[in-house]
Design a protein around this ligand. Sequence first.
Ligand code: SAH
Length: 253
Amino acid sequence: MPVSTKPQASVAHRQWAKLPAELSPVPMAVRESLGPESVDFTSARLRMVQRLAASGVEHTRVLKVMNSVLRHQFVDSALAVQAYEDTSLPIGLGQTISKPSVVARMCELLLQSPAGKMGLGRILEIGTGCGYQAAVLSLMAKEVYTIERLRALHEKARVNLRPLRLANVHLILGDGMLGFEKGAPYAGIIAAAGGDSVPQAWCDQLAEGGRLVAPVMGPGQQQVLLVVDRSADGFQRTVLEHVHFVPLKSGLG
Ligand code: SAH
Protein backbone atom coordinates (compact mmCIF):
# COMPACT_ATOMS: atom_id res chain seq x y z
CA MET A 1 0.00 0.00 0.00
CA PRO A 2 1.47 3.42 -0.88
CA VAL A 3 2.41 5.45 2.16
CA SER A 4 1.76 9.17 1.96
CA THR A 5 4.84 11.22 2.73
CA LYS A 6 2.81 14.42 2.93
CA PRO A 7 3.24 16.03 6.37
CA GLN A 8 0.12 16.27 8.51
CA ALA A 9 -1.44 19.73 8.29
CA SER A 10 -1.44 21.54 11.61
CA VAL A 11 -4.71 22.00 13.49
CA ALA A 12 -4.50 25.74 12.78
CA HIS A 13 -4.03 25.07 9.09
CA ARG A 14 -7.01 22.72 8.91
CA GLN A 15 -9.19 25.24 10.73
CA TRP A 16 -8.19 28.19 8.53
CA ALA A 17 -8.24 26.24 5.28
CA LYS A 18 -11.97 25.68 5.70
CA LEU A 19 -13.04 29.22 6.47
CA PRO A 20 -14.72 31.13 3.67
CA ALA A 21 -13.72 34.79 3.65
CA GLU A 22 -17.07 36.12 4.84
CA LEU A 23 -16.95 33.89 7.89
CA SER A 24 -13.42 34.88 8.92
CA PRO A 25 -13.49 35.41 12.68
CA VAL A 26 -12.55 39.08 12.77
CA PRO A 27 -14.18 40.71 15.77
CA MET A 28 -16.73 43.24 14.48
CA ALA A 29 -15.44 45.98 16.78
CA VAL A 30 -11.94 45.61 15.35
CA ARG A 31 -13.23 45.54 11.78
CA GLU A 32 -15.27 48.70 12.31
CA SER A 33 -12.38 50.55 13.94
CA LEU A 34 -10.17 49.60 11.01
CA GLY A 35 -12.54 51.33 8.58
CA PRO A 36 -13.90 50.32 5.19
CA GLU A 37 -11.62 48.97 2.47
CA SER A 38 -11.76 50.89 -0.80
CA VAL A 39 -10.75 47.76 -2.72
CA ASP A 40 -11.81 44.43 -1.31
CA PHE A 41 -8.68 42.60 -0.21
CA THR A 42 -10.59 40.30 2.15
CA SER A 43 -9.92 37.10 0.23
CA ALA A 44 -6.28 38.00 -0.51
CA ARG A 45 -5.77 38.57 3.20
CA LEU A 46 -7.47 35.32 4.13
CA ARG A 47 -5.23 33.46 1.66
CA MET A 48 -2.21 35.07 3.34
CA VAL A 49 -3.45 33.81 6.70
CA GLN A 50 -4.05 30.33 5.28
CA ARG A 51 -0.46 30.27 3.97
CA LEU A 52 0.81 31.38 7.38
CA ALA A 53 -1.13 28.54 9.04
CA ALA A 54 0.15 26.06 6.43
CA SER A 55 3.72 27.17 7.07
CA GLY A 56 3.42 26.40 10.78
CA VAL A 57 1.98 29.47 12.55
CA GLU A 58 -0.18 27.80 15.18
CA HIS A 59 -1.49 30.53 17.46
CA THR A 60 -5.09 31.26 16.49
CA ARG A 61 -4.63 34.67 18.09
CA VAL A 62 -1.79 35.54 15.72
CA LEU A 63 -3.75 34.30 12.69
CA LYS A 64 -6.84 36.26 13.70
CA VAL A 65 -4.87 39.44 14.24
CA MET A 66 -3.03 39.07 10.91
CA ASN A 67 -6.46 38.71 9.31
CA SER A 68 -7.73 41.83 11.07
CA VAL A 69 -5.04 44.37 10.21
CA LEU A 70 -5.30 45.74 6.67
CA ARG A 71 -1.65 45.56 5.54
CA HIS A 72 -2.41 47.23 2.20
CA GLN A 73 -3.32 50.44 4.03
CA PHE A 74 0.25 50.72 5.36
CA VAL A 75 1.99 50.72 1.98
CA ASP A 76 1.95 53.02 -1.03
CA SER A 77 -1.25 52.52 -3.04
CA ALA A 78 0.83 51.33 -6.03
CA LEU A 79 2.08 48.43 -3.88
CA ALA A 80 -1.30 47.56 -2.35
CA VAL A 81 -1.86 44.61 -4.71
CA GLN A 82 1.32 43.00 -3.32
CA ALA A 83 0.44 43.66 0.31
CA TYR A 84 -0.73 40.10 1.05
CA GLU A 85 2.18 38.33 -0.64
CA ASP A 86 4.88 37.08 1.67
CA THR A 87 7.31 39.80 0.81
CA SER A 88 8.86 42.85 2.42
CA LEU A 89 7.89 46.10 0.69
CA PRO A 90 9.51 49.55 0.54
CA ILE A 91 8.05 52.20 2.85
CA GLY A 92 10.39 55.06 1.90
CA LEU A 93 13.81 56.29 3.07
CA GLY A 94 15.35 52.94 2.16
CA GLN A 95 13.30 51.10 4.81
CA THR A 96 10.93 48.16 4.41
CA ILE A 97 7.84 46.72 6.06
CA SER A 98 8.71 43.18 7.22
CA LYS A 99 7.26 40.11 5.49
CA PRO A 100 3.97 38.86 7.00
CA SER A 101 5.61 35.51 7.87
CA VAL A 102 8.33 37.31 9.84
CA VAL A 103 5.82 39.52 11.66
CA ALA A 104 3.74 36.43 12.57
CA ARG A 105 6.85 34.49 13.64
CA MET A 106 8.02 37.28 15.96
CA CYS A 107 4.55 37.68 17.46
CA GLU A 108 4.30 33.96 18.07
CA LEU A 109 7.69 33.93 19.78
CA LEU A 110 6.47 36.67 22.13
CA LEU A 111 3.26 34.77 22.93
CA GLN A 112 5.25 31.60 23.72
CA SER A 113 7.29 33.31 26.46
CA PRO A 114 6.23 33.04 30.13
CA ALA A 115 5.00 36.66 30.02
CA GLY A 116 3.17 35.94 26.77
CA LYS A 117 1.38 32.94 28.25
CA MET A 118 0.06 35.15 31.06
CA GLY A 119 -1.27 37.69 28.53
CA LEU A 120 1.19 40.17 27.10
CA GLY A 121 1.57 43.36 29.10
CA ARG A 122 3.77 46.17 27.81
CA ILE A 123 5.71 45.69 24.56
CA LEU A 124 8.52 47.80 23.14
CA GLU A 125 9.03 47.79 19.38
CA ILE A 126 12.27 49.20 17.97
CA GLY A 127 11.65 50.53 14.44
CA THR A 128 8.05 51.72 13.96
CA GLY A 129 8.46 52.10 10.18
CA CYS A 130 4.99 52.44 8.66
CA GLY A 131 3.29 51.25 11.88
CA TYR A 132 2.02 47.90 10.59
CA GLN A 133 3.66 45.67 13.18
CA ALA A 134 2.69 48.11 15.94
CA ALA A 135 -0.95 47.71 14.87
CA VAL A 136 -0.60 43.91 14.91
CA LEU A 137 1.03 43.99 18.35
CA SER A 138 -1.63 46.35 19.70
CA LEU A 139 -4.26 43.64 19.22
CA MET A 140 -2.16 41.16 21.24
CA ALA A 141 -0.66 43.22 24.05
CA LYS A 142 -1.89 45.63 26.67
CA GLU A 143 0.35 48.55 25.67
CA VAL A 144 2.70 49.01 22.72
CA TYR A 145 5.55 51.52 22.85
CA THR A 146 7.09 51.87 19.42
CA ILE A 147 10.14 53.98 18.66
CA GLU A 148 11.43 55.27 15.32
CA ARG A 149 14.60 57.28 14.57
CA LEU A 150 13.41 58.76 11.23
CA ARG A 151 10.96 61.63 11.68
CA ALA A 152 9.29 61.13 8.27
CA LEU A 153 8.47 57.49 9.09
CA HIS A 154 7.37 58.37 12.62
CA GLU A 155 4.90 60.83 11.03
CA LYS A 156 3.85 58.33 8.37
CA ALA A 157 3.04 55.77 11.07
CA ARG A 158 1.01 58.39 12.92
CA VAL A 159 -1.05 59.08 9.79
CA ASN A 160 -1.48 55.35 9.05
CA LEU A 161 -2.54 54.53 12.61
CA ARG A 162 -4.78 57.52 13.29
CA PRO A 163 -7.96 56.11 11.67
CA LEU A 164 -7.51 52.86 13.61
CA ARG A 165 -7.81 54.69 16.95
CA LEU A 166 -5.66 52.16 18.77
CA ALA A 167 -5.46 53.86 22.15
CA ASN A 168 -2.77 51.45 23.42
CA VAL A 169 -0.13 52.37 20.80
CA HIS A 170 2.41 55.00 21.86
CA LEU A 171 4.55 56.43 19.05
CA ILE A 172 7.95 57.77 20.07
CA LEU A 173 10.52 59.60 17.97
CA GLY A 174 13.95 58.66 19.28
CA ASP A 175 16.94 56.34 19.22
CA GLY A 176 15.65 52.88 19.98
CA MET A 177 19.16 51.66 20.80
CA LEU A 178 18.56 53.24 24.19
CA GLY A 179 15.24 51.44 24.56
CA PHE A 180 12.51 53.52 26.19
CA GLU A 181 13.04 53.68 29.92
CA LYS A 182 9.68 55.29 30.73
CA GLY A 183 7.69 52.23 29.65
CA ALA A 184 10.00 49.64 31.26
CA PRO A 185 9.96 46.87 32.34
CA TYR A 186 8.61 45.23 29.19
CA ALA A 187 6.99 41.81 28.81
CA GLY A 188 8.37 41.78 25.28
CA ILE A 189 10.85 43.70 23.18
CA ILE A 190 10.83 43.27 19.42
CA ALA A 191 13.35 44.82 17.02
CA ALA A 192 12.57 45.41 13.35
CA ALA A 193 16.18 46.38 12.58
CA GLY A 194 19.36 44.42 13.20
CA GLY A 195 22.72 45.45 14.64
CA ASP A 196 25.95 43.64 15.53
CA SER A 197 24.63 42.83 18.97
CA VAL A 198 21.72 43.54 21.29
CA PRO A 199 22.10 46.87 23.14
CA GLN A 200 22.46 46.45 26.91
CA ALA A 201 19.53 48.85 27.48
CA TRP A 202 17.11 46.36 25.92
CA CYS A 203 18.15 43.59 28.32
CA ASP A 204 18.00 46.00 31.26
CA GLN A 205 14.45 47.04 30.30
CA LEU A 206 13.13 43.49 29.92
CA ALA A 207 10.86 42.21 32.73
CA GLU A 208 11.44 38.86 34.44
CA GLY A 209 9.56 36.28 32.36
CA GLY A 210 9.87 38.64 29.40
CA ARG A 211 11.34 37.89 25.99
CA LEU A 212 13.35 39.93 23.52
CA VAL A 213 13.23 38.99 19.82
CA ALA A 214 15.77 40.72 17.59
CA PRO A 215 17.84 40.20 14.46
CA VAL A 216 21.61 40.30 15.13
CA MET A 217 24.69 39.61 13.06
CA GLY A 218 25.65 35.96 13.32
CA PRO A 219 28.66 34.00 12.08
CA GLY A 220 29.69 34.71 8.47
CA GLN A 221 28.10 38.17 8.56
CA GLN A 222 24.63 36.66 8.21
CA GLN A 223 21.76 37.96 10.30
CA VAL A 224 20.06 35.52 12.64
CA LEU A 225 16.98 35.87 14.80
CA LEU A 226 17.97 35.99 18.45
CA VAL A 227 15.68 35.31 21.40
CA VAL A 228 16.72 36.48 24.87
CA ASP A 229 14.63 35.26 27.79
CA ARG A 230 14.94 36.89 31.19
CA SER A 231 14.24 34.84 34.30
CA ALA A 232 15.13 35.13 37.99
CA ASP A 233 18.35 33.24 37.11
CA GLY A 234 19.46 35.69 34.44
CA PHE A 235 19.36 35.79 30.64
CA GLN A 236 19.14 32.88 28.26
CA ARG A 237 20.02 33.37 24.58
CA THR A 238 18.68 31.20 21.76
CA VAL A 239 19.76 31.64 18.15
CA LEU A 240 17.11 30.81 15.54
CA GLU A 241 16.94 31.01 11.73
CA HIS A 242 18.62 33.37 9.27
CA VAL A 243 16.73 36.61 8.62
CA HIS A 244 17.09 39.81 6.56
CA PHE A 245 16.28 43.04 8.36
CA VAL A 246 17.34 46.63 7.65
CA PRO A 247 20.28 47.86 9.77
CA LEU A 248 19.86 49.19 13.27
CA LYS A 249 21.38 52.68 13.34
CA SER A 250 22.14 54.97 16.25
CA GLY A 251 20.92 58.53 16.76
CA LEU A 252 18.10 60.36 15.03
CA GLY A 253 18.09 60.39 11.20
N1 SAH B 1 7.99 47.27 12.03
C1 SAH B 1 8.10 48.11 10.88
C2 SAH B 1 9.33 47.76 10.09
C3 SAH B 1 10.17 48.97 9.84
S1 SAH B 1 11.74 48.69 9.14
C4 SAH B 1 6.84 48.10 10.04
O1 SAH B 1 5.89 47.36 10.36
O2 SAH B 1 6.79 48.86 9.09
C5 SAH B 1 12.79 49.05 10.52
C6 SAH B 1 12.74 50.45 11.03
O3 SAH B 1 13.72 50.55 12.08
C7 SAH B 1 13.11 51.55 10.02
O4 SAH B 1 12.03 52.42 9.91
C8 SAH B 1 14.33 52.22 10.65
O5 SAH B 1 14.36 53.63 10.45
C9 SAH B 1 14.16 51.88 12.12
N2 SAH B 1 15.36 51.97 12.95
C10 SAH B 1 16.64 51.59 12.67
N3 SAH B 1 17.45 51.85 13.73
C11 SAH B 1 16.65 52.42 14.69
C12 SAH B 1 16.90 52.93 16.00
N4 SAH B 1 18.12 52.93 16.58
N5 SAH B 1 15.85 53.43 16.70
C13 SAH B 1 14.60 53.45 16.16
N6 SAH B 1 14.32 53.01 14.94
C14 SAH B 1 15.32 52.48 14.20
